[in-house]
Ligand binder design. Structure first.
Ligand code: ZN
Length: 359
């Protein structure tokens, strides 16, 4: 009975609240994004109250699911004193502003926390209230396409309906739809006390620049966000201020793999894992294989723009801005390794030529 999902991360949000470690409850909140059916919101409980890690998307559907799960756990929402946000994606930070507004929860992020949607809405400001849907969509499209990508293409804006749904809510739905303003920003290796234990932050740039894991060395518990997921690999964006995003991600995987005594990995999507090092290794191997796919195409493709390399790496249904961005990250990695040369053509497109190995 029921539908079986190939990937844990695609499963629809369970309504059950389960204890995944002492004083840590997992509550799943619904999201609908490519390849993802839920986000795990973890409740860290102690005598001071509750810290919620990644409290879901903005909006009523997620908020009501959160209230439902808290009720099942017999936690009054007023007990929530902190929203911990692992990174600047809306399925992770979305509920934090409402928690801040309604019960005064602190919003804790890495010190480099940022978000595109917040900036874009911020510069609309109050003007958005007087704008029609069409005007807001135009503003966003313009903003998204005004600057070429680092590899010289113009981004394809999402379909109008998607923009209207997400952005209009963002601009008009009140502050809670905007990127949160963190009230606590932490650096790397910062000590934090929640759920009767001492955590240390582990800054893990790669999926985003500001990605943060929480590590409890005593209990062996790692809150891994999207850095380490059970069966999928996080998207690596090429357009970040990280010089070599893939190298940064590898370094972050090495750091987590080196944590001593991990017994419980609590990811933001999917089910708990009982170890981290092997999974980190698998994720690295995945990207090494992707680099090899590019190397193997070097002979046939020669000197080509990023979109052509993208078509080597991704199936057609995935072609687009995200795939190009991840391809760019891999090509840049090869360039930094000394295996690829670049040139910009007259149209501004960045071309890569990967050196064909002798072997
Ligand atoms: Zn996520």
């Amino acid at each position: 009975m029921g539908q079986t999902y190939r990937k844990q991360e695609q499963e629809p949000a369970s309504e059950d609240v389960i204890e995944v470690a002492p004083d840590i409850l997992r509550m799943q909140l619904p999201i609908s994004m490519p390849g993802l059916g839920h986000v795990n919101c973890y409740a860290l409980i102690d005598g001071d109250g509750v810290a919620l890690v990644d409290p879901g998307l903005p909006g009523d559907a997620s908020w009501n699911a959160l209230l439902d799960r808290l009720k099942k756990a017999e936690i009054p929402v007023e007990r929530v004193h902190t929203a911990i946000v692992t990174h600047s994606h809306p399925d992770h930070y979305g509920g934090s502003t409402q928690l801040h507004e309604e019960v005064g929860a602190e919003i804790l992020t890495h010190e480099s926390f940022e978000s595109f949607s917040g900036q874009a809405n911020d510069d609309l400001g109050a003007a958005a209230l007087d704008m029609t849907d069409e005007e807001i969509v135009e503003h966003w499209k313009e903003r998204m396409t005004s600057e070429p990508t680092p590899w010289g293409t113009r981004l394809e804006p999402p379909p109008d309906e998607a923009l209207i749904r997400y952005i209009r809510d963002g601009a008009r739905g009140g502050q809670r739809f905007l990127t949160p303003q963190p009230t606590i920003r932490v650096g790397d290796n910062a000590p934090l006390t929640y759920a009767r234990r001492e955590w240390f932050t582990v800054h893990t740039p790669g999926h985003t620049v500001d990605h943060l894991c929480l590590w409890d060395p005593e209990g062996g518990v790692l809150l891994s966000g999207d850095h380490v997921l059970p069966t999928i690999t996080p998207h690596i964006s090429g357009s970040t201020e990280l010089g070599d995003p893939l190298a940064a991600f590898f370094a972050s995987l090495d750091r987590v793999a080196a944590l001593d005594g991990v017994t419980t990995v609590l990811p933001a999507h999917g089910h708990p894992l009982d170890e981290a090092a092997q999974r980190c290794d698998h994720i690295k191997v995945h990207h090494e294989e992707r680099l090899d796919v590019l190397r193997e195409a070097a002979d046939g493709l020669g000197d080509a723009p990023v979109d052509e390399w993208m078509k080597i790496l991704f199936r057609e249904r995935s072609w687009g801005g995200m795939a190009a961005s991840e391809t760019f990250a891999h090509l840049e990695h090869l360039r930094v390794l000394g295996e690829a040369a670049t040139r910009r053509d007259a149209d501004g497109l960045l071309h890569y030529e990967i050196s064909v190995s002798e072997s």
